[in-house]
Ligand binder design. Sequence first.
Ligand SMILES: Cc1ncc(COP(=O)(O)O)c(C=O)c1O
Length: 256
Amino acid sequence: MALPRLHLAHLPTPLTHHPELDRLVGAEVWVKRDDMTSGAAAGNKIRKLEWLLAHARQVQSTTVLTCGGVQSNHARATALVAAELGLRALLFLRAADPSQPTPTTGNLLLDRMAGAELRFINPEQYADRDRVMGNAAEALSARGERPYVIPEGGSNGRGALGYVQAMREIRQQLDHGLAGGPRGFDVVVHACGSGGTAASTIAAARFRNRPLGWPSLPSRISPPTGTGLAVVILPASSAAWLVQIAKPCRLRSTTG
Ligand SMILES: Cc1ncc(COP(=O)(O)O)c(C=O)c1O
């Protein structure tokens, strides 16, 4: 079974080494430059969106719904890439007080420039975001549209395939001697928000033919919005399941 994937990111991203950083940290540190995955849509989310938006296109969606904080990187990347693909984006953005105007700066400015529809919701509504987006999707369906809901951070099993693929990319870079030799890293340290990146590194280490052999050390960058470990385990097991069923074709990807 071939899982659809779009090729949206500039890959492979470089692995770089900075001796000054080694001295600061007290260990040999390599940096995976995923800030270089794209232009304005750069960051870690575009890797997840390659799988999620390929699926959205496969099921012929017309509108993509997702959520995040007002300055969400994920919402910004979704808005930009959806516009590029000719899909409408509807973003549910968490604001302390949605009745107050929110300054159109940073990611919010890019969301607007990409033509996304924005709906500001308060923290209580945001806690119930999956239902809020589900209701909006139902309303869109009733109007004849084909909505596609992407969870916070693009973190479900399908989105998690983005970093399963990224771990494979790192393995290939090591094999090609691009990080000082084939020896695997002892630990991968990465930012953790919605948990999808952590899920991917766990799934990649456990389920790839050639285990990577490195533990993942997520470091939280945003307040927990999910249910602790479940936010990591659910996408991880779901991604692992997708990797298993896709194994006969070695995660062959298709360009949409
Ligand atoms: C730039 C950046 N890196 C990493 C992360 C963490 O990724 P994840 O949501 O998969 O835990 C986020 C999300 O909050 C992010 O914006």
